[in-house]
Design a protein around this ligand. Sequence first.
Ligand SMILES: [Zn+2]
Length: 162
Amino acid sequence: MANQRIWAPWRLAYVKDASKDSEQECIFCAKPAAGDDEANLIVHRGERCFVILNLFPYTNGHLMVAPFEHIGAIQDLPPETTAEMMALAQRAIVVLEQEYEPHGFNVGFNQGRVAGAGVEHHIHMHVVPRWGGDNNFMPVLADTRVMPQTLDQTYAALKGKF
Ligand SMILES: [Zn+2]
């Protein structure tokens, strides 16, 4: 899939992390275990799930909610974990509304690679703030997006708001 982004100052980080992905470690297991939430963009830890910034955001404030447990499919999640994921998604929407005033949200799962899951063996819920027109600037031609805010700025804006 050709999915280019223009955010030149961060290009190096993007390339570095893309190569890290090829090592096939599960990022949703490795990042919470690493013990450095800021470096790993984890903005909140719940009891069973955590909230993490998407390294390749679709829009500013693009978050993901994932269980600590390595589970690949929604139907295999324990009920308590499912409930906490949804509660964190609700909280994420409140926090993002306060911080970014988006016009709407896409919230959901891509289960299985064919459905678009980048990491297919560890389920995660996307919470993507949307603005009118965020998709028709540059775009449609090249599937290119412009990110006005760095991930560090997003992290600083959202850390502690949960
Ligand atoms: Zn995992």
